[in-house]
Design a protein around this ligand. Structure first.
Ligand code: SAM
Ligand code: SF4
Length: 325
């Protein structure tokens, strides 16, 4: 079992396979980064997997593949299969913008993928275009349909932004209700890479929008899940709120993150990371295990989004497209 320096059990590893993306979401990567990680610095699937085996052997039982846009990485299904073949019972999920799902969903399902989290910020083509800076909506909706058709579990992520998609909270929720899938509203997390003019909606404001039409009951956090769940009285539908600005958000954090170039990150907010690249390139399993132990020891108690002041210079420097959110 993996325990961090604050006594929390860590059983969840998120692995970013690329920082590249085919969207330019304003809250994540509004412009192409000045420099990409050169391709030769990316770890191969085999190298990433070597570390993942160490983590799985020590207690990780939940893995999420993310990015950037993970479906841009060639032969991703072979990576999924590697993980699935090693531990068929592992909770294996992927986060995607869905653009490439129409042509990849079946292969991913066949390789052993169980679940997808899909970003859907708007059901209006012009708003989706404004956020992703590309005309994406029709293809994203096709991707969602395809994922459901092949039998993958689907959850939807929406980041509500003031003056942009804040009037669509109920529409996106009802789209999900009709398909029997869960939506999770994510509070916008301020970071140095996002468009500086963006203002996110606070959890309370998101809930107030839902309450304009429905009566809701708090269900609580599901174990260590980042999502706080609510139930709609009128029809029993359950949705989630991911509220990193809330003071108790980090109390049960069970997550660590690995980037495509091998940086192991204890917390999404902070810059600190240790590299496993040298260990995995040399096949040094003990070295990789030592880095893992150190990162767990160093894992901060809590993020600092709850202290955030828009005038503050001390804003997270972590790029979501690098850590995978
Ligand atoms: N490209 C994939 C996607 O968009 O789903 C996976 C990577 S993306 C970085 C993972 C998640 O992080 C998405 O749900 C996205 O909406 C969320 N995200 C990115 N930047 C964010 C921010 N500044 N605040 C809150 N959520 C953010
Ligand atoms: Fe790309 Fe996902 Fe970031 Fe949007 S949120 S720019 S789709 S990595």
């Amino acid at each position: 079992m993996l325990i961090d320096g604050h006594g929390r059990t860590v059983n969840y590893l998120r692995v970013s396979v690329t920082e590249r993306c085919n969207f330019r979401c304003q809250y994540c990567m509004p412009e192409k980064p000045f420099s990409w990680v050169p391709k030769e610095n990316l770890l191969s699937f085999e190298e990433l997997f070597l570390f993942m085996k160490v983590a799985m052997d020590e207690g990780v039982n939940k893995i999420r593949i993310t990015g950037g846009e993970p479906l841009l990485r060639e032969d991703l299904d072979s990576f999924v299969k590697m993980i699935h073949d090693y531990k068929p019972d592992i909770d294996l999920a992927l986060t995607t913008n869905a653009y490439l799902l129409p042509q990849t969903a079946q292969k991913l399902k066949d390789a052993g993928l169980k679940r997808l989290n899909i970003s859907l910020d708007s059901l209006k083509p012009e708003v989706a275009h404004k956020i992703a800076q590309k005309d994406v909506l029709a293809q994203v909706l096709k991707g969602i349909d395809k994922a459901l058709e092949v039998g993958l579990g689907v959850k939807i992520n929406m980041v509500p932004l003031k003056g942009i998609n804040d009037e669509e909270i109920i529409d996106v929720m009802e789209y999900c209700m009709q398909r029997g899938i869960k939506v999770r509203f994510i509070e916008y997390m301020e970071n140095r890479h996002a468009n500086v003019e963006l203002r996110g909606m606070h959890g309370k404001e998101i809930l107030a929008k839902v309450k304009e039409k429905y009566t809701i009951h708090a269900l609580g956090r599901e174990g260590a899940s980042p999502s706080f769940n609510y139930k709609i009285e009128e029809n029993g539908y359950e949705f989630g709120l991911i509220d990193p600005h809330k003071h108790d958000f980090c109390e049960n954090c069970n997550r660590i993150r690995l980037t495509a170039e091998g940086n192991l990150i204890p917390c999404l907010y902070f810059d600190e990371a240790l590299s496993i690249a040298k260990s995995v390139k040399e096949g040094d399993i003990q070295g990789a295990a030592d880095v893992l132990a150190q990162v767990l020891k160093d894992k901060p108690k809590e993020n600092r989004w709850n202290e955030f002041d828009p005038k503050d210079e001390d804003i997270s420097a972590r790029a979501f497209y690098e850590t995978g959110g």
